[in-house]
Design a protein around this ligand. Structure first.
Ligand SMILES: [Ca+2]
Length: 360
């Protein structure tokens, strides 16, 4: 990035680590980060964790995704192969496919990404990178939080030296998607989620399951996106076919929102900080418990979590595409055609994805 670019973007790119379990929405999110790089973000590393699929398949999937983006030199690290205490639950195969990417990789021999670094574990890589860039690193965490919890336990100053962590996981009204009360990422490793929500001392932004349900991508939008004639659009279309078979009327958007908020936190228009914990027992295991009425008087204020309640995806989304595509406002007519104001809450995702596709 030239100094002129930096001047134009009014700020240095944010340093981001993408912590992932490599499902379909993780792939969308990673390509969105690609669309924001290098102008808005600098991706320091991809750290992998077992979740949607087992760890070897996560690494295979990330290698596959890297074949469709420009992050070829970004190091990939393998992390926790299972949750801290519980057994990894079955992934949502019906949606993500047996391989996590819509059954598109099962029969394929995928070349290992050249940037896969097996010399250290993802947990150590997280610690090293935060030590190299204290208070500058933002983690976008879109899988179970096992790697982050282990990093905090290995180095107790880990979270204190993070800039922020933007998490897709948990819930704000107790609604679940794998049990009546638990969302998948938090249900995979409730103890790890509890450590992050209770102990982490950096800014924590939580993109909950209920928020994601508000911003699904309607069928007419995702079909339009998948028809765009680029390598990225073709890839995302192929890996998403299994998912849209299950929910034909809309494409579920989860990890994409975490990536959007990590790159453009200004799209968050309504959010409240609360003391949060995670239920570790019984039928509510994995559910986020939010203290909205100040029962936990000893809860440290620096450990509170920001629960995102609304996103202004329309205006900011339009601005985002101008920044990412490097075009002037007068071109907005061209780009806001099918993805403009009329599409309401889903526009940001359309626009982010569109920008990713547009770049190629
Ligand atoms: Ca994920």
């Amino acid at each position: 990035m030239t100094s002129k670019d930096q001047q134009n973007s009014h700020q240095l790119p944010e340093k981001i680590i993408f912590d992932t379990d490599a499902g379909v929405d993780d792939a969308h999110a990673l390509l969105m980060l690609d669309g924001c790089s290098p102008r808005r973000i600098q991706l320091l590393a991809v750290t992998c964790v077992a979740g949607n699929v087992k760890l070897p398949q996560v690494l295979k999937n990330i290698s596959h995704i890297f074949g469709h983006c420009s992050f070829t030199k970004v190091p990939i690290y393998g992390g926790a192969g299972r949750p801290l205490i519980s057994k990894l639950p079955p992934g949502y195969e019906l949606y993500h496919g047996r391989d996590g990417l819509g059954n598109t990789t099962t029969a394929m021999k995928i070349a290992q990404a050249s940037s896969l670094d097996t010399s250290i574990n993802a947990v150590q890589a997280l610690i090293n990178l935060v030590q190299q860039h204290p208070k500058e690193v933002n983690v976008c965490a879109v899988g179970p939080l096992t790697n982050l919890a282990l990093a905090e336990r290995l180095w107790p100053d880990f979270s204190r030296n993070l800039k922020s962590v933007c998490i897709m996981g948990g819930n704000m009204y107790g609604e679940g998607n794998v049990t009546p009360s638990a969302e998948f990422n938090f249900y995979c490793d409730p103890e790890a989620a509890h450590i992050v929500l209770h102990d982490f001392k950096c800014e924590k932004i939580l993109i909950t399951w209920e928020l994601c349900k508000l911003y699904q991508l309607p069928q007419e939008n995702y079909e339009e996106l998948f028809r765009i004639n680029t390598v990225k659009a073709d890839f995302l279309s192929r890996i998403s076919q299994q998912a849209v078979k299950v929910h034909k009327e809309s494409l579920q958007v989860c990890d994409q929102l975490a990536a959007a908020c990590a790159c453009y936190p200004e799209i968050i228009t309504k959010a409240t900080k609360y003391p949060c914990k995670v239920s570790l027992c019984g039928e509510t295991r994995g559910q986020v418990i939010i203290d909205r009425v100040n029962f936990w008087t000893d809860f440290p204020p620096e450990s509170q979590t920001t629960i995102v309640e609304e996103l202004d995806v329309i205006l900011e989304g339009r601005r985002v595409i101008f920044i990412m595509c490097g075009i002037f406002f007068c071109c907005s007519v061209i780009f806001s055609g099918p993805f403009g104001l009329l599409y309401g809450k889903s526009s940001v995702v359309s626009i982010f994805l569109y920008a990713s596709f547009y770049q190629g």
